[in-house]
Design a protein around this ligand. Structure first.
Ligand code: NAP
Length: 482
């Protein structure tokens, strides 16, 4: 049996786990224990990175024995059954007070279930969202841990030591209890879907509207990255657009099959939003746009359907590009506003005390949606922690006031040109719905009352009413039972 010489352990030696273990090992004061179901992977990692000084084990018992108390282990294995299998093994060999961290992409409701079950053994269970992909795991991710305050006391300093740093602050905070961390990570991914879709729509509109080449559009994105749109996703978009395929000499983007994949976290965000009753239309459109792209049979069958009968042209390419930039910024604000609405609703539903400003802060570095404008979100929630909609904060109100005319022009242009822009268009509709004085929801209530006696409320009286539609159409007061 190994001596209890490691202060932290990592289970799962695929790309994320091995990189995270190397990141931990590179920080002052850490000795890292490692374990993987297939021992040959563990041996390969030890051989490849001798400088890490890993304490390697080939059984879970040996792994537990190699950790000092309270034992702390981060699981980085395939989400789902893999995670459950490792948790079951760990609860056999860990003791009360020890800490199991799941750093995989777990569904937050699974984390709630697991935390409850593990807590009964006296062992702490922390579901921690980790963003930033392989490079983030190695160099510094954004980390969103849930779990108990007790676990955070031990875990906090370790996670702070490996997290990305943004403006001097580590990109990690104790998000809330049980599944709060994985919930917030899920929303992060949902916003990522919306952001990527908006950027893709901006590219498509500029390319088809102005005839600019991918390399020229890459230059535009590089320029945009110096202003209010400054972000990792804008930066890498320029890199992708500039890439030339070695085989054909074509822009790489033209030889990639136009069917977007997904691993499911965007869909989780939308499914959860539906359950919570929160309109995350930008994220939903982004998820659906990927689904539509991945239906080659339908797309082929529909390829002959007519587009606009009149030719659409852009008169002033520079002005159009600037309009698209502004539409992108406005739509992005809506996507984040909707994402934070879902965080607020989730926190209320599951009793999490989530500090919205702190979440925006820990997304400033390490993660895929890192962006300059997250500072503005932190400021907005610092100024008004009870902000009812992010887009109504003064900074964002100014931003949409400034950009909304361009936004409308772009959505009109896209419709006239027959260029799909689901995220731009739905974000604008959401914005107009939010600010509307009266919505046609009144008519929907009338329809519901007509066919289902679902009742309605009046603008000029308290109570609930029903019209006797199949009788004399007089109105009666009704109990609100529907
Ligand atoms: P992965 O391909 O998701 O999983 C492979 C690892 O899981 C291997 O170590 C494998 O062990 C282990 N595993 C699978 N089933 C197991 C079981 N039943 N019992 C024990 N171990 C099992 O690895 P990854 O890409 O490094 O991701 C790890 C986690 O991080 C996942 O939850 C993923 O969603 C999350 N994540 C990934 C990224 C990314 O960019 N890749 C970003 C953020 C989060 P064997 O070697 O024995 O097969």
């Amino acid at each position: 049996m190994a001596n209890a010489q490691a202060n932290i352990g990592v289970i799962g030696m695929a790309v994320m786990g091995s990189n995270l273990a190397r990141n931990l090992a590179s920080r002052e004061g850490n000795t890292v224990a490692i374990y993987n179901r297939s021992p040959e992977k563990t041996r390969a990692v030890v051989a490849e990175f001798p400088e890490a000084g890993f304490v390697a084990s080939e059984s879970i018992e040996e792994f537990a024995a190699s950790l000092s108390k309270p034992r702390t282990a981060i699981i980085m294995v395939k989400a789902g059954a893999g995670t459950d299998a490792v948790i079951n093994q760990l609860t056999e060999v860990f003791e009360p007070g020890d800490i199991i961290v799941d750093g995989g992409n777990a569904l937050f409701t699974d984390t709630i279930r697991r935390e409850k079950a593990v807590r009964e053994t006296g062992i702490n269970f922390v579901g921690a969202g980790i963003s930033g992909g392989e490079e983030g795991a190695l160099k510094g991710p954004s980390i969103m841990p849930g779990g108990s305050a007790e676990a955070w006391e031990t875990l906090g300093p370790i996670l702070k030591s490996i997290a990305a740093v943004a403006e001097g602050e580590p990109c990690v905070t104790h998000v809330g209890t049980d599944g709060a961390g994985h919930f917030v990570k899920m929303i992060h991914n949902g916003i990522e879907y919306a952001d990527m879709q908006l950027i893709a729509e901006a590219y498509d509109l500029i390319r088809r509207g102005t005839g600019k080449s991918p390399a020229e559009i890459a230059d535009i994105f590089t320029e945009w990255n110096k202003g209010e749109l400054e972000s990792y996703l804008i930066e890498i978009t320029a890199e992708v657009l500039r890439q030339v395929d070695a085989t054909t000499g074509q822009p790489l983007v033209d030889v990639i099959v136009d069917q977007a994949g997904a691993k499911g976290t965007g869909a989780w965000t939308v499914q959860t939003a539906l359950d919570l009753g929160i309109p995350v239309s930008g994220i939903a459109e982004a998820v659906f746009a990927r689904s539509l792209s991945s239906k080659p049979d339908q797309r082929q069958a529909a390829a002959h359907l007519p587009g606009p009968s009149t030719q659409w042209t852009v008169d002033d390419a520079d002005a159009f590009v600037e309009d698209v930039r502004q539409a992108l910024y406005a739509s992005k604000i809506i996507a984040y506003s909707q994402g934070f609405d879902e965080i607020v609703a989730g926190a209320e539903q599951y009793n999490w005390d989530i500090k919205k400003g702190d979440i925006a802060k820990i997304w400033r570095g390490g993660c895929i949606i890192r962006a300059q404008f997250l500072n503005r979100i932190t400021e907005a929630y610092d100024q008004d922690p009870g902000l009812v909609a992010l887009v109504t904060a003064p900074y964002f109100t100014d931003a949409v006031s400034r950009t909304q005319d361009a936004w409308r022009r772009v959505v009109v242009a896209a419709a006239q040109a027959g260029i799909p822009s689901p995220a731009f268009a739905s974000s604008l509709s959401y914005y107009d719905g939010l600010r509307a004085d009266r919505l046609p929801a009144a008519l929907i209530q009338g329809q519901r009352d007509f066919f289902g006696a679902h009742t309605y409320r009046r603008v000029d009286a308290e109570g609930t009413f029903h019209t006797l539609w199949s009788g004399d159409r007089s109105e009666i007061e009704a109990a609100d039972t529907h």
